[in-house]
Write a protein that binds this ligand. Structure first.
Ligand code: FAD
Length: 304
């Protein structure tokens, strides 16, 4: 399996499923819909800078309660139409009726988007707050997988949690949830951010013990700023290990050194994941390209 980035989707593949089945690794980048014009410019700058790396796909998040619905759909469609990249459209159940969900999936299909990340989404109070489904909506992501699959030939991804979802009763029950999403038709999964490779490999083992072998792509968020990563870890429910904090904190007061150490930590994590057989890497870019590009060069230099 080559580390090299596939140029567009190789071998005529048009979905993440086909690509991974062909033995290729998947390298992808995640973005979020910006709030204003300045943010929009930054997003497109980052997208264009990362386009030259020929990612397998790029994904755009869907805001809580569909708050960014129009922007998410607009950006995803523009990526499909105006760039050489394949978009993966995120979609969440929060505050949407089944009718609305069908209509958003229809808009994606109309724009030629064939890869969808089917998520439950978080309530406004965050990932640990109680989730209340729309009266005519869906309760769990597994139902959105079924709905999306029933509406066309979509390649469907789902979320996975190396440290278990914050409201899951146990790591085993959370693995059963992922297995159920796979049995409902999910083609692949992308994980929440995490920092210890062993958390990822334990998740893969738990799911595989249930007889499920969908590709689980690790989600990577490089540390470029300690306060920012603390906030992101809190929002996602991921633990920020003491040893990671200590490595970065020793450079407190020197932002360039903090950043360099953060990139080194992420590169080591990516190396360990790929060496252990991970089917690719998904980078949370926060709409910036530099850190991701630096990690790529590090990986390429290491593997040749
Ligand atoms: P589910 O799989 O439905 O799980 C939600 C909870 O319910 C879990 O605790 C699970 O264990 C439990 N559960 C599931 N099924 C059952 C069942 N049958 N019985 C009992 N319990 C069950 N959020 C956004 O708002 N927008 C985004 O764009 C977005 N993108 C994301 C991308 C990735 C790669 C990841 C990892 C997460 C993303 N999220 C996003 C966050 C995600 O929506 C939240 O983590 C959410 O809380 C869980 O979503 P899910 O799809 O895993 O839900």
């Amino acid at each position: 399996m080559a580390l090299g980035l596939p140029s567009r989707m190789p071998g005529g593949a048009s979905t993440v499923r086909e690509l991974i089945a062909a033995g290729e690794r998947s390298f992808s980048f995640e973005f979020f819909p910006p709030k204003d014009l300045e943010g929009e410019k930054q997003l497109w700058k980052a997208l264009r800078e990362l386009e030259v790396l020929s990612p397998t796909f790029v994904s755009v998040t869907y805001g809580a309660g569909g708050s960014t619905r129009d922007r998410t759909v607009g950006i995803t469609e523009r990526i499909a139409q105006d760039t050489s990249m394949t978009p993966l459209a995120h979609l969440t159940c929060v505050d949407h009726s089944v009718r609305t969900l069908r209509s958003v999936i229809g808009s994606y299909a109309g724009a030629g988007v064939r890869n969808v990340l089917a998520l439950r989404g978080d309530p406004a109070g965050g990932p640990s707050a109680p989730y209340v489904a729309h009266s005519e909506g869906l309760r769990y992501a597994v139902e959105l997988v079924e709905l999306t699959k029933s509406l066309g030939d979509f390649c469907v991804g789902v979320a996975a949690f190396p440290e278990a979802h914050p409201s899951a009763t146990s790591a085993d029950s959370d693995a059963r949830v992922l297995a159920a999403k796979a049995r409902a038709g999910a083609d692949f999964a992308i994980t929440q951010l995490f920092f210890r490779p062993e958390d990822y490999f334990r998740l893969v083992d738990r799911v595989s013990a249930l007889g499920v072998d969908i590709p689980i792509i690790p989600g990577i968020m490089p540390i470029t700023n300690l306060n920012q990563i603390r906030r992101m870890a809190e929002l996602s429910g991921a633990a920020l290990p003491e040893e990671t904090v200590a490595r970065v904190a020793q450079y407190d007061g020197d932002p360039a050194a903090v950043r360099a150490e953060g990139i080194a930590i992420a590169t080591e994590l990516c190396d360990a994941l790929l060496a252990g057989g991970a089917p690719g890497l998904h980078f949370y870019t926060l709409n910036r390209s530099k850190a991701t590009r630096e990690i790529y060069s590090g990986l390429r230099a290491a593997v040749g």
